[in-house]
Design a protein. Sequence first.
Length: 324
Amino acid sequence: MRPSPPTLPVVVIGSKVMHCLLARGRPVLALARRRLLILLIGLLLVSPTTTARSESSPLVAEFQEFSTRFHEDPARLDQILEGLDQALKTNSNNSNTSTNSTKSYMEKLLAMAQVCFIWGDIRATTDNQKLEAYERGQEVARRSLELEPNNPAAHFWFAVNTGRWGQTNGVLSSLFLATTVKREIEIILNLDPQFTLAYSLAGNFYYEVPSFLGGDVHKAEAMFRKGLEQDPTFTELRVGLAKTLISQRRIDEARQELQAVLDEKEPRNLAYWTLKDSKEALELLHSVDMEEPEARLDAITVGHHVQQPEPGLRHLGHQTGVPI
C-alpha cells in the first residue's frame, strides 16, 4: 500500500487561508512560523482599536472637561476654538471615510458648535464678532446634522446658535427665526425627551417670544419644571421658572426658586452659575424686595471659591454642559 499523504493543517485569519505543509526538517517549520508571526503583526497594526485611538481628539476631551470651568480662564476658549477649527479643516481634507473617522469628525463638529456659542457670549466684544461666532456655530451644527440627522445634540446646537444670532442681529431677525427654533425644539424632544438642555431652550423660547409666535407663560413654566425633574441642579432652569412665576404674580414661589439658585452647592455648570445665574437670581430677588441680597450673594460666592463675575449673558439656552 502507498503511504498516507502528509497532513495539511489549515490556519484561518480573516479571509486568508494558509496551508502549511509540515515537511520533514526544521527549516520549513521555522519559515512557516515566521510568516504567521509577520501576518499577525500586520493585522494588529491595522486593527480598529489602534485606528480609533489614533483618530481620537484630545481637543474634544479638553473642551468637555473645560466647558463647566471656563470662567477660570476665558482666554483659553480662544485656543480651543482655533485648535478645533484647524482639526476640522484637517478632517475635511482627509479622504478617510471609516466609521471611527466619521465619529471623530462628528465629535469635533459638535464641540465646535458649542465652543462658537460660548465664545460669542463670553469672548466676543462687538456684535460683528458675536454674529460671526454664532454663524460659524450654525454652519458646523448643520454639517453635523447632515451626518446624523437624528442627533439631538446637533439639533440643539443648531437651534441655540440660530436663536442667538437672531437676538444679536435685531428683533426682526429674531422673530423671523422663531419658527426655526420652535421646530428644532419639537424635533429634539421627539428624539430624546431626556435631553435636559432642550427644556431650558424650550422654556426660554415660550417665555420670551410674543404670543402670536407661540409664546405662552404656562408652557414655559411646564418646560422649566420638566427639566428640573431631570436635573434639580440646572440653575438656569430654576431662574427661568422664577421668571414665569413672577409674571403670574406668584411671588412667594418665585422667591423660593431664586433662593434655591443662590443656595445651590453643586450647580450643573459652575461657569454659568458664576457668570450669569447667581447674578440674575440676585437681581430678581431685588425686584421682589428680598432683604440683604448683597450680603447673601457674598456668602455664596465665598462658598464656591470664585470671584463674582460681571453680568451680561442673554437667556436663550445659555448653559452649555451638554454631553458630546
